[in-house]
Design a protein around this ligand. Sequence first.
Ligand code: SF4
Length: 176
Amino acid sequence: MKLEEIFSEIRNCRKCELWKYAKQAVVGEGPENSKVMVIGEAPGAEEDKTGRPFVGRAGKLLRNALSSNSLNEVYITNVVKHRPPNNRKPKKEEIKACSEFLLTEIQTVKPKIIIALGSTACNFLTGEKKIKIAIEKNYELMGAKVLVDYHPAAVLRNPKLYKTFEKKIKEAKANL
Ligand code: SF4
């Protein structure tokens, strides 16, 4: 399936209620043959406004960390494609309903490395609930190596996490 076909399905999706509260769907962004795929939780306010993933403050932190480590060809997406109201965490049933899109994106892009940002992506992609445990391990999914990292929004709240956050970005680069 081509990415554009997946995006069109996402834009027309009504499988959970999140579309009702969002301004628009936020689909993935980046080259279809990216070796690195970054997966966050769900769109926030800025993403909902612009229709692009990771463009708010946390997104800028992520994009700067990627480019300063020469990771320029990266596909960026989220587990859930419509913004949950008031930035709440997506519910289990919403993640389940939306997961088919993410799995198809992984199948299409075939990344070598997946960076799972934050506990929702970590839990969905590795089955591990505790990010502190998952961050120390490596996982595999659909032929990709999965690295777990802190969500950049958590790094903004606690700048002490930046060192570990960037270490995982460097690890992704070293594994290409
Ligand atoms: S969040 Fe996902 S499952 Fe829910 S309506 Fe949007 S695209 Fe569909």
